[in-house]
Design a protein around this ligand. Structure first.
Ligand SMILES: NC(=O)c1ccc[n+]([C@@H]2O[C@H](COP(=O)([O-])OP(=O)(O)OC[C@H]3O[C@@H](n4cnc5c(N)ncnc54)[C@H](O)[C@@H]3O)[C@@H](O)[C@H]2O)c1
Length: 377
């Protein structure tokens, strides 16, 4: 992407804006914060200290690039104080307890962080008045999963069997309630919620997630333990949903009332594949390694089949995913492979992947890339 002015992407909306990202010390939050700094935003973060070791936040040195505030979204006074002090114009709320298996061990904490944390954030947005765009990141798991061959649409019923899924369905209800109760008058903040699938990419070091588990096993030359081989998930490269979040936020900025609703950002059709197939693609991309069966009949219930219908975002936002599953896995494993080399510079490598992604989006003619937008005028 030599010579390309990244700052003009997404209509240049983010340049010079004060943007709050909650959950900026996590996997998706780190990628989003870095991309926003590339777009010229003044980025503020609110999250707990990074948990995993290593973690992408520290690998990127993000504390040098943004105003990072460490704190708990369960503390309403603190959330309000941070918004009052920083006066953000755009907010992305990603802070959450995002793990299904952990939600079985810590259900009350999961509900407190994911539901009350969302209410606290929206309350602070309501009281602060500086925010014009607010986006709450939930998940594809917020739908009542009927375990049938069907891709869920935004109008389908919410639900959730495990505490994580139920907490995100509850967060969606909090968003709807705040939208109609407080954010529907002219001049109020535009409030959207976004539902993506299973996100993969370099720098995810979370426990109990397929790709980090694969990367850790391959790096240690251990066989990959496959726990849930038949489970089908909508896998997608991390920058695919993030480009959707950014595209949506840029349109919310320009036309606040038109986009204040729920949006799916799933992968291309055909990317919903079972865990075993994904592990085979990971092994192919890595070039060596083995897998082993680790089915545990006593492990807690996890959904077997889940697919998302993103036609609304494709039609109304002119958004679409850029990478297919093979490319997503290839880019992901390139990141982990590079991270093993002495002198690995995570910041340069990750910035390079963002630029390569924008170059691929340009080639695909996606209008959020400044050059593609200009060419279509
Ligand atoms: N990774 C996926 O596949 C995926 C898929 C769909 C939706 N999501 C959603 O995207 C968001 C980010 O997920 P991720 O994969 O980056 O997770 P992650 O675990 O890597 O990051 C979670 C972030 O939330 C912060 N956080 C947790 N509890 C907090 C608290 N009490 N107060 C303040 N901050 C707190 C953490 O510090 C961290 O910064 C979450 O809302 C998650 O539900 C993730």
């Amino acid at each position: 992407m030599e010579g390309v002015e990244v700052k003009s992407d997404f209509g240049g909306v983010f340049t010079g804006k004060t943007v709050l990202v909650t959950g900026h010390t996590g996997f998706k939050g780190s990628w989003l914060s870095l991309w926003l700094t590339e777009l010229g935003a003044n980025v503020i973060g609110l999250a707990l200290p990074p948990e995993a070791q290593p973690n992408l936040y520290e690998q990127l040195g993000l504390h040098n690039l943004m105003d990072s505030r460490l704190g708990d979204v369960r503390d309403l006074d603190l959330v309000q104080k941070i918004l009052r002090e920083t006066q953000p114009e755009i907010v992305f709320h990603l802070a959450a307890q995002p793990l299904v298996r952990r939600s079985y061990d810590e259900p009350v904490e999961t509900f407190a962080v994911n539901v009350l944390g969302t209410a606290h954030l929206l309350e602070a947005v309501r009281k602060t008045g500086s925010v014009r765009v607010c986006q709450v990141i939930t998940t594809d798991k917020c739908y009542e999963n009927r375990e049938i061959d069907y891709a869920y649409k935004e109008t389908d019923p919410l639900g959730g069997r495990d505490p994580y899924s139920a907490s995100k369905a509850c967060a969606e209800m909090v968003v709807s309630s705040y939208r109609v109760s407080f954010f529907s008058k002219p001049g109020a903040a535009s409030l959207s919620s976004t539902r993506a699938g299973n996100v993969i990419g370099g720098g995810d070091w979370a426990e109990d997630r397929l790709i980090p588990d694969c990367a850790r096993s391959l790096m240690a030359s251990h066989p990959i333990a496959v726990r849930n081989p038949r489970a089908v998930r909508p896998w997608q490269f991390v920058l695919d949903p993030l480009s959707g979040y950014l595209k949506l936020a840029s349109l919310q900025w320009v036309n606040p009332q038109n986009y204040s609703e729920a949006w799916n950002f799933g992968p291309r059709l055909g990317s919903a594949r079972c865990v075993e197939e994904v592990v085979d693609l990971v092994l192919k991309a890595w070039g060596s390694g083995e897998k082993r069966d680790a089915i545990d009949p006593s492990s807690p219930h996890e959904a077997g089949l889940l697919q998302l219908d993103s036609s609304k975002a494709m039609e109304r936002l002119k958004w679409k995913p850029v990478y297919d599953l093979e490319a997503a896995i290839a880019r992901t494993m390139e990141w982990y492979r590079a991270s093993q080399k002495p002198g690995f510079n995570a910041l340069d490598f990750t910035r390079g992947q963002i630029r390569d992604y924008a170059a691929a989006a340009l080639k695909a003619g996606l209008p959020w890339v400044a050059q593609a937008a200009k060419a279509s005028l």
